[in-house]
Design a protein around this ligand. Structure first.
Ligand code: HEC
Ligand code: HEC
Length: 391
C-alpha cells in the first residue's frame, strides 16, 4: 500500500509539472512557483500536524483494552468515523449486505472519480447542482452516525461496555506484574480477583444461590456459609426454602425443639469455631465449650465423628461429620466427594468435582467459599409453630 501511494504521488507530481497548478498559483513556471514558497507552506502545515498528533499521543496515548477473548461478549463498536458505515449495514441485513458494503459506497466513489468529467461548467449554480449529491451523502452520513451513537446509550450496552472497561483496567493492572508465559488471555482468565467467583458461578451456581452470582435454589444458599449466623439459621429452620428445603434430605427438622435459645447460640458458636482461622472474629471459648458438650451429647446420634453413641449404633450415624465444618479441608472434601460416608453418603445429590476442576481451580473455589463467611447469611427467623409443610 505505501508503495502504491508513493507511485500515486509521483504520478501526481509529474502531472503538476506538466500541466501546472490550476488557479493563480499555477500560472507561469510551475517549478519556480513550487520552490520555495509552496514548499515552505507545505513544510509548515506538515510540522503543525506532526506537532498536534505528537501532543495528542502524549496527552491521551493509545488505548489498551483487555486481550481479545473469543468467549466473551465484548461490545464491539466501530470508531466514530466508521459509525455511518456500520449503521448503514443495519438496514441491509443478510444477503442484502452487499448493498451497504459495496453498492452504495461504490456508487459514491465512482461519482467522485467521475467528477472531473461531470463538473466542467464555469457557472456556480450548475457546479452546485452537480456537487449536491456529495452534500446529501455528507448529511446522510452525519444522520447515520448520530443514530448509531444514540443506540450506544442503551442500558444493556452501557453495562457491557462498563464490564469491558473494567476487564481492560484489570488486565492493565495484572500486566504490570508481568505477563505469564501462557499469554495475556490466560492472565486475565486466572485473575485471582474475579476468577474464583466465575468458577463458582460456573460449577456451583447451577444449584447453590449466592447473591450476585446465582439465583438457583436447588441446594442451600451459601452466602455466609461457615458463619455463626448460617449455622444458627440451619439449626433453627433447616428446611427453610433457602436451605435444605429444596433438597430431599430433611432429618434436621425438629432439632431446634430440643435446644433452648442459649443452646442454639452455643452449638452455632461451636460450629463456627470448627472453621475459624486467625484474623476472623474470635470464637467465645466458654460458648464453644458449652456448644461442644451439647453437640457431642445430642447431635452425634446422627452426625459422625467423635461423640456419645449410646442412643444409636455407629452404623446408623449417617449425617455429615461436622468436626471440621466450614474449614478448608471440609470444603475440599465436600467438593471432591460429597457422597463419601463422612459427608452426605448415599443420600447425596451433589456431583463430585474431583475430575471437573484442576488443583488450582479447586483451591480458588475453596478460597471463594471461605470469603462467603463474612457475607450476611440467609435471614432465617424462627420456624413457625406449625411445622413447615414439606411435600
Ligand atoms: C447439582 C447441584 C449441585 C451443584 C452443581 C453443587 N452442589 Fe453443593 N450441594 C448440593 C446439594 C443438593 C447439597 C445438599 C447435600 C446433598 O444433597 O449432598 C449440597 C451441599 C453442599 C455443601 C454442604 C453445605 C450445605 O449447604 O448443606 C457445600 C459446602 C456445597 N454443597 C458446596 C458446593 C460447591 C463449592 C459447589 C461447586 C464446586 C457445589 N456445591 C456444587 C447440590 C449441588
Ligand atoms: C436425626 C439425626 C440428626 C440429628 C440429631 C442432628 N442432625 Fe444435623 N444433620 C442431619 C442430617 C441428615 C443432615 C443433612 C442435611 C439435612 O438433613 O437437612 C444434617 C445437617 C446438619 C448441618 C449442615 C451440614 C452442612 O453440610 O453444612 C448442620 C450445621 C447440622 N446438621 C448441625 C446439627 C446440630 C448442631 C445438631 C444438634 C443440635 C444436629 N445437627 C443434630 C441429621 C441430624
Amino acid at each position: 500500500m505505501p508503495l502504491l501511494l508513493l507511485l500515486g504521488v509521483r504520478a501526481h507530481i509529474a502531472m503538476v509539472r506538466r500541466h501546472g497548478l490550476k488557479g493563480d498559483a499555477g500560472r507561469g513556471d510551475p517549478q519556480a512557483r513550487w520552490w520555495p514558497g509552496q514548499a515552505a507552506r507545505d513544510a509548515v502545515a506538515a510540522l503543525i500536524s506532526v506537532a498536534v498528533v505528537t501532543w495528542m499521543a502524549r496527552r491521551w496515548g493509545a488505548p489498551l483494552d483487555a486481550p481479545a477473548d473469543p468467549a466473551s461478549h465484548f461490545p464491539a463498536v466501530p470508531t466514530w468515523f466508521f459509525s455511518p458505515l456500520s449503521q448503514l449495514l443495519r438496514y441491509f441485513p443478510g444477503p442484502r449486505q452487499v448493498i451497504g458494503t459495496m453498492i452504495i459506497p461504490g456508487a459514491l466513489t465512482t461519482f467522485l472519480a467521475l467528477l472531473p468529467w461531470i463538473d466542467r461548467s464555469e457557472s456556480r449554480w450548475r457546479r452546485a447542482l452537480v456537487l449536491s449529491p456529495l452534500l446529501l451523502a455528507g448529511l446522510g452520513a452525519v444522520a447515520l452516525g448520530v443514530q448509531q451513537r444514540r443506540g450506544l446509550a442503551k442500558p444493556a450496552f452501557v453495562r457491557s461496555l462498563r464490564e469491558a472497561q473494567h476487564t481492560a483496567w484489570r488486565a492493565r493492572r495484572l500486566a504490570r506484574a508481568g505477563i505469564p508465559p501462557e499469554g495475556p488471555l490466560e492472565m486475565v482468565r486466572n485473575d485471582p480477583a474475579v476468577r474464583p467467583g466465575e468458577l463458582f458461578a460456573q460449577h456451583c451456581g447451577p444449584c447453590h444461590a449466592v447473591r450476585g452470582l446465582s439465583q438457583q435454589r436447588k441446594a442451600p444458599r451459601l452466602d455466609g456459609f461457615g458463619s455463626r449466623e448460617w449455622a444458627t439459621a440451619f439449626v433453627v429452620w433447616p428446611d427453610h426454602p433457602e436451605l435444605m428445603g429444596t433438597t430431599e434430605i430433611h432429618d434436621m427438622s425438629g432439632q431446634r425443639r430440643r435446644l433452648r435459645d442459649e443452646g442454639v447460640r452455643a452449638v452455632a458458636e461451636w460450629l463456627y469455631s470448627r472453621g475459624y482461622e486467625p484474623g476472623e472474629s474470635a470464637p467465645d471459648a466458654a460458648l464453644v465449650a458449652a456448644g461442644e458438650t451439647i453437640y457431642r451429647r445430642r447431635c452425634t446420634t446422627c452426625h459422625q465423628g467423635e461423640g456419645d453413641t449410646s442412643e444409636t449404633e455407629a452404623a446408623d450415624r449417617d449425617a455429615p461429620n461436622l468436626d471440621a465444618w466450614g474449614s478448608r479441608a471440609y470444603l475440599r472434601a465436600q467438593m471432591l466427594n460429597p457422597g463419601a460416608r463422612e459427608n452426605y453418603g448415599e443420600r447425596n445429590h451433589m456431583p463430585r468435582f474431583h475430575d471437573r476442576m484442576n488443583e488450582r481451580d479447586l483451591t480458588m473455589v475453596v478460597d471463594f467459599m471461605r470469603s462467603l463467611r463474612t457475607r450476611p447469611a440467609p435471614a432465617v427467623m424462627e420456624q413457625p409453630a406449625e411445622p413447615h409443610a414439606l411435600t
